[in-house]
Design a binder for this molecule. Structure first.
Ligand code: MLT
Length: 226
């Protein structure tokens, strides 16, 4: 595991543990092929780069992990972009921070040598919201995403074409922060972009529950087999 402050974000990088057996000497070796997956983990308000590592490992134990810490502080709590109040976002800051985070991920893909075409965002709450924003502003960046308790951060003037991208939205039926309508709007918006979008409802509030993992794991396996 690498802990670093390079490229503008405190972050953790964990190298993929994919391996294969070398037929000539029968030894297990690190498989450096372009097929290996990388998960970009994006925490919620008040979280940090350590928060979602275990979750990422449970969803896809063999993938590489890149986990940055949000740079905006709200009363000392890290976030990925500024908000004016609960659910009311500073849209200019969101735009700037989305590009900044996308640039960071791109630099990391060169430095740590991972394939952006096999990179999937896993975001919770504020982290899921900036992942949605990156899909709208920099659609080339992620191949797919698992969005836990996500909102519509903004509606772009023109929607990108997200054909071949795969998105799982896992929402809480009793979420006091993200309403059912908000979730359905996000689902419809992604459908309009041609993304292959799945919406799963959990019997939960805003916090994650075991069922979120039970849904995310097979979705990952079906959509991004290694
Ligand atoms: C949060 O608490 O992080 C909000 O629900 C989502 C956001 O502000 O982006």
């Amino acid at each position: 595991m690498i802990k670093s402050n390079d490229f503008g974000f405190h972050h953790i990088f964990v190298h993929s543990s994919y391996s294969y057996t070398n037929s000539s000497n029968n030894k297990k070796e690190y498989d450096d092929s372009n097929k290996k997956l990388t998960l970009v983990l994006l925490h919620g308000t008040g979280g940090n780069e350590e928060d979602l590592i275990l979750l990422g490992k449970k969803i896809e134990p063999n993938a590489s992990i890149l986990s940055p810490r949000g740079k905006v502080l709200e009363n000392g709590m890290p976030r990925f972009f500024r908000r004016l109040s609960e659910g009311v976002f500073d849209l200019e800051d969101l735009r700037i921070r989305s590009h900044e985070l996308a640039d960071f991920i791109q630099k990391c893909s060169v430095h740590y040598k991972f394939n952006l075409e096999r990179t999937i965002a896993i975001g919770f709450s504020n982290g899921a919201n900036i992942a949605v924003s990156i899909f709208f502003l920099r659609p080339e960046l992620f191949q797919g995403a698992i969005l836990f308790r996500a909102m519509v951060p903004f509606i772009p003037n023109s929607l990108p074409n997200l054909l071949n991208k795969r998105i799982l939205i896992s929402a809480g039926l009793k979420d006091p922060i993200v309403s059912k309508t908000e979730t359905e709007n996000l689902y419809r918006l992604f459908q309009k972009t041609n993304a292959n979008t799945t919406l799963k409802w959990q019997p939960s509030g805003h916090n994650l529950i075991q069922e979120d993992i039970l849904v995310a794991k097979p979705w990952m396996l079906n959509n991004f087999p290694y």
